[in-house]
Each structure stands twice: as C-alpha cells, then as structure tokens.
Design a protein around this ligand. Structure first.
Ligand code: WTA
Length: 655
C-alpha cells in the first residue's frame, strides 16, 4: 500500500461506524453477557473441558491437554465418535423427526433427511464401506458435488473410523490424483456428475482420468446424480459400484467405532508456499469440541434455526459448518447444489425465502458479486426470516459489509466476520452476536478459549497497530500434523517465533478495543475468491508446459475476487509469444490444478527480476501488477528488466 493509500485507508477506518449488539437480539442469545470471556481467560483448558462435556463420550479422557510443543494432545484417553455425536445422540428425543439436511439443487429438485433418516443412511453406507474392505484408519477420498451423499459419506467414514479426504469437485484430475496418492486412499466416492449453471460437470470422467495414476484405489462408489447418463459412464466392473446398488437391502446395523480422541478424523489438503499441497490432519475429539462449540456460540444456534452455509463441502468451511458443527448441535442445515446466479441472480434469495433461512453464512466474494448484480435481486424476496449473517474466507471490505448489513440483513441482523483456517479447524476470531460491538472490516476479538494476538517479526506483542497474527496457546481443533510430513508441520507453523506459538501466515491489525482486522496473507499464498492458492502451485503448473522456461506468480487486488492471479512467464529460447499461447497456458493451469487457479493475466517477459543470488523478486512483480511506484531495486541483478516489464504490462493491461 502506498503512503497515500495508507492515509486514505486510516481515515476510512476512523470513519467506520460501529454497531453495538441490539437488546432484542441479546435477550434470546446463547451468549448474553461477557462473563464467558473472563471465565475462558482465567483458565482456557478448563473452558474447553467444559465445552467437551457437552458432547457424548464413550469413555472420559484422562488428561485434558498434553502439550509437548509444538505437538499437542487434547482429551487423551477419551473415546468418542463424531458421527455418533452428529446423529445417534439426537435420536432419543424430538430431534429424531427434525430435518437434519434440506437439500435443493439448481433445477429445484429437493430432498430432506430427518435425523432419523440420515442416521439410517449413514449406518447403511458405513456397512457398504466395510463391505468394500474399508476399516479403521483407512483413507477414503470423496470427490463430490454438493449432494447429501457427500455428508453421508463423510459421516459414514467417521462412524467406522475411516479417515476421509474430501477433494473439492472443482479440482482437476491431476490435483485429485496427487491428493489420493499422498494419503494412499483405498476407496474413492464420487458421482456421475454435478450441476453448475445448467451444465453437467463430469466428475466421474475426471475421476477416471485421475485413477489412471492412483494404484492405491481399489473401489469407486458412484452416486447417480445425472438422469440418463448411465450409459455414458466408463464403468470398470469389479472396481466401480453404484451407490444405490450397494445401499439396496444394506443392513443398518453399524455400531459407531469408539475412537481415541487423538485418532485422525480427516485429512484436508490446502495450499502452502511450496508446489505440493499439505494434508492437514484433524483428530476426532478436539476437532469435534471446536466445531461443536463455535457453531453454537458464533451462530447463536436455536432449535428452530435453518442454517445455510453456502460453502462447498470440499473446503474446511463445509466440513465444520455444513456437516460436523451444525449436526452435532442438532441443527437443520440447508445444502444447495448449484450457482448463485442460475437460473437468475436472485437464486440465493429465493432459497432464503422459500426455506425460511434464519442464519446465512457466505464469503465476501459472493457478497461483492451480489452488490454488483444490483439491489433489486434481494429486494424481490422476503428475507425477514434472517436473523444472523456471517462472512468467511477473506477480508470483508467495509463497503461490502455495509451492503450486506443493509440489503440482506435489513439493518437488523448482526454480522459475524469469522477468521479461521483449514488448520485451525474452527472459528478463532469472531464477534459473538449477542455481546460484541461490530466494526465493519474487523473480525473482532478472539473467541473465548482462543489466545490470538499480534506480534512483530521479533515476537514482541503489538497492543495496537499492525503486525503478524499469532496464536500463543493450543486449542482443541488445531491441526495435529501434516499427513506424512511432521517436520513440515513444525517448520511452517511453529518456527517463526518459538515452538509454542502458531503462525497462521496472516497479517493483522488491532484497534484500541482489542478488535482484530485481518490484513491478508503475508506468505506466497493467494486468496482468490476466498480460495487459497499457492503461487508455487501455479508456477509449477506453468513450467510444466513445454514452452515455458520460468514463471513467477503474484496476486493483484481485484474488486470482485479479492485477489487475482497474475503470471509473469519467460519462454524457452525457441518459443514465440502469441495470444494463442497465452490462452493455451491459462488452459494448462486449469488442466493441472482446476478452474479456480486460472491466471487472470499472463505477461510474457524476456527475463524476470532477480536478486544477485538468483531469487525472483516477487515484491517488484506485485508492484508492477498493482501499478505501484516500484520499491527498492538496488539488490536487483539487472534493474532494466523491471522497467521493461512494467512498460509491457502497462501496454497490455493499462497499468
Ligand atoms: C483468510 C477458510 C480475513 C486468511 C476458513 C486465512 C480470512 C485463510 C477470513 C484461510 C476472515 C479466512 N477475514 N481473512 N474472516 N477467513 N481468511 O484455509 O488469509 O481456506 O489464512 O480457511 O483465509 O483459508 P482456508
């Protein structure tokens, strides 16, 4: 940010209004006063222990926290099953016949599962998996559209003690294969296809391409989601099985496996600063406590709520706030398969109206798109059922916050801006809607039991002002390791300051009231439309193309997506730049990673700016991509490179 921008930004911040909790909300809120903060601060471990007691344990734990920095164990010795906590424990009372999942597809198709029905289906599918040889500790990949069966598959794994690894359906066959191979998954659960803007996404076809490179997969289970497509499927006898055939006459007698609290529940891959995604490992007991407790407090859940989190189950938000958190709380979740603008741009508001959604949780990228589409779309619908709104995945700019507040929340609903990560498992920094004063652009205070602060590079605490976000005490739902690479866990997260302090990779700023504003990633990870993408991953995909010698990828501010991907590419000596090649390179990245990583802009360059020791100077590339005055170029090996690049860039993209 230039100095002028910085001053403008500070002024804007000072002008931001704040929104104290409304008494009519607080009156019925789950958290009505601030005593919970004091209780948690006086003894965070005891606080989490109290939360844990609200779940059903087969056997109690012997030690709440065992901390051997940077490794932790929570609730060690305890036996628990997360699927049991999501399902069985609700069946004895009136929740048995309450809707657990209400699902709707883009074309209006609907299905509802009560807790009783969902429980039965999960048990049956658990037995299907057992029948395919899946046992405790085995890894199962899930590559699915937003179907109830995605949740059923996750819960069935949890029930029998298998470790699921959900891969977002938008990832390419290569990305799917990498993730399957890293965890050596034995079974893949997928669908024949998914729906997006009236088109079929050929998931099984992608899966087949991935599986050419996945020797560990023994069986594939396919959910039939596309009518009449059966004959188009490549069906490998013995390996491939239709979900509905396996389920036919399947027994529902499938006891929940008593898991050790520290047994892994799932692996979820996320981007980091190297080319290889990291398999974040979450365990059973601690994760369950974090997801359960934060859902209850942050979303202020009531028995009568209809909770709609618009994330995909392929991301951590879908894990914690579509499946595990809400179901452990006995809530009704809405699940939607499709795009927000199909058949028209009011699709979401139509859903809110039709299903009487009370709590709505989405990403700033979506909010900015709604703003751009126009106020008339939400205005067409009765949104009066809404009582609480949430935001996640990227910083929400105050303008988007205000629009959300006025046009969706009718100035009535509090907004919780929730900061967390795949690694944290559950929300870490957020308002509690009954007691917090909201400040647009600020996520707020750390939740009770979370010790988050801001440090400088040297590890000194910054009381007010900006620095690096840090978490100084373990929390139950934290990642335990990176699958197959514990050293990487230590290096990435616990080597910035000391072995006790977790470094999330975000910059942050704190105001005098202790509210934290997240400033975005400080590492080589981009956040494009709320999706984490490592610059190295995109670079690896580019240099994989035969014409490319070298590539450097940076992020540029983007009005809608938050950040856009800009790639600087040097071609091999015998290659010529052309617009056809440019399109080909973009397509190559999509092919290697998935559409979410498609570069917005590619610039061919004779050379890339490097330090004398040969390191690419991304900072300079970022300056070029964002049209800023160039910073320090004195360490450059060849300062002319930068000028030439900038001229090219301005010519092509208007600076
Ligand atoms: C960013 C998504 C600002 C942040 C749950 C973090 C946010 C990364 C917010 C994690 C927020 C998430 N305000 N930034 N409320 N929430 N982020 O693993 O940079 O997909 O490190 O988890 O998203 O992304 P992930």
């Amino acid at each position: 940010m230039s100095e002028k921008d910085q001053v403008g930004f500070e002024n804007l911040l000072n002008e931001i209004r704040t929104f104290p909790p409304k008494p009519e909300f607080t009156k019925d809120a789950v958290v009505k006063d601030r005593s919970i903060y004091e209780r948690a601060a006086s003894d965070p471990v005891a606080y989490w222990e109290t939360e844990a007691r609200e779940l059903d344990w087969f056997e109690p734990w012997t030690r709440t926290l065992e901390w051997d920095p940077p490794h932790v164990k929570w609730f060690d010795g305890g036996k628990i099953n997360v699927a049991y906590n999501c399902l069985d424990r609700h069946l004895a009372g009136p929740r048995r016949n309450k809707a657990a999942i209400i699902w709707e597809a883009e074309n209006g198709r609907r299905r509802t599962y009560t807790y009783g029905q969902l429980d039965r289906e999960v048990r049956q599918f658990g037995n299907c998996l057992k029948g395919l040889g899946v046992g405790k500790g085995d890894r199962v990949a899930i590559y699915m559209p937003m179907l109830p069966e995605a949740a059923i598959a996750m819960l069935a794994c949890a029930r029998i003690g298998a470790i699921h690894s959900v891969v977002f359906g938008g990832f390419s066959p290569d990305s799917l294969a990498d993730r399957i191979n890293d965890a050596r998954c034995r079974v893949l659960i997928t669908a024949d296809g998914g729906w997006r803007r009236g088109q079929v996404i050929a998931l099984k076809h992608n899966a087949d391409r991935a599986l050419e490179k996945c020797p560990s997969i023994e069986h594939v289970v396919i959910v039939n989601n596309i009518p009449g497509e059966h004959q188009l499927l490549h069906f490998m006898e013995g390996r491939d099985h239709w979900y509905h055939r396996l389920m036919d006459h399947q027994s529902a007698d499938c006891p929940a496996e008593p898991m050790d609290a520290e047994d892994p529940l799932y692996i979820l891959y996320t981007s980091g600063t190297t080319g290889q995604p990291k398999g974040i490992v979450h365990t059973t007991g601690g994760y369950a406590v974090g997801a359960y407790s934060t859902t209850k407090y942050v979303f202020d859940l009531k028995e009568s709520d209809i909770f709609w989190c618009t994330a995909d189950v392929g991301w951590v938000t879908g894990h914690s706030y579509i499946v595990y958190g809400p179901l452990m709380n006995g809530a009704t979740v809405l699940m939607y398969e499709g795009a927000p603008n199909y058949p028209d741009k009011d699709r979401f508001w139509e859903m809110v109206e039709n299903h009487h959604v009370t709590v709505f949780y989405t990403a700033p990228t979506a909010i900015r798109a709604f703003m751009k589409w126009g106020d008339e779309y939400p205005a067409k619908h009765d949104l009066s059922s809404l009582r609480l709104l949430g935001s996640v995945g990227e910083p929400i700019n105050p303008e988007a916050w205000m629009w959300y507040h006025e046009h969706i929340g009718a100035k009535r609903c509090p907004i919780v801006d929730t900061w967390w990560q795949t690694e944290t498992g559950s929300i870490m920094i957020s308002a509690l809607p009954g007691v917090s004063t909201l400040k647009p652009g600020f996520a707020g205070e750390p939740l009770p039991g979370v010790l988050a602060t801001i440090l400088d590079e040297a590890g000194n605490e910054i009381k007010t002002g900006s620095g690096l976000l840090a978490i100084t005490h373990p929390w139950p739902s934290m990642l335990r390791t990176i699958w197959g690479d514990d050293q990487r866990y230590v290096d990435i997260y616990f080597s910035k300051w000391d072995k006790k302090t977790y470094f999330p990779g975000d910059g942050a700023k704190r105001d005098e009231n202790g509210n934290i504003m997240i400033l975005g990633r400080v590492d080589d990870v981009l956040n494009v439309s709320g999706h984490r993408i490592g610059t190295m991953e995109v670079e690896s995909a580019l240099v994989d193309h035969p014409a490319v010698a070298e590539a450097a990828v940076v992020g540029r501010k983007h009005d809608l997506k938050g950040q856009a991907i800009v790639a600087f590419v040097t071609l091999k000596a015998n290659q010529r730049m052309s617009s056809a090649l440019l399109d080909e390179l973009k397509a190559h990245v999509v092919e290697k990673i998935g559409a979410l990583a498609r570069p917005e802009e590619i610039l061919f360059s004779g050379d890339l700016p490097k330090t004398r020791s040969g390191k690419i100077m991304r900072r300079l590339l970022r300056d070029i991509a964002e049209g800023r005055a160039l910073g320090d170029v004195t360490t450059l090996a060849d300062p002319n490179v930068v000028e030439a690049l900038r001229e090219d860039y301005e010519e092509r993209y208007g600076g």
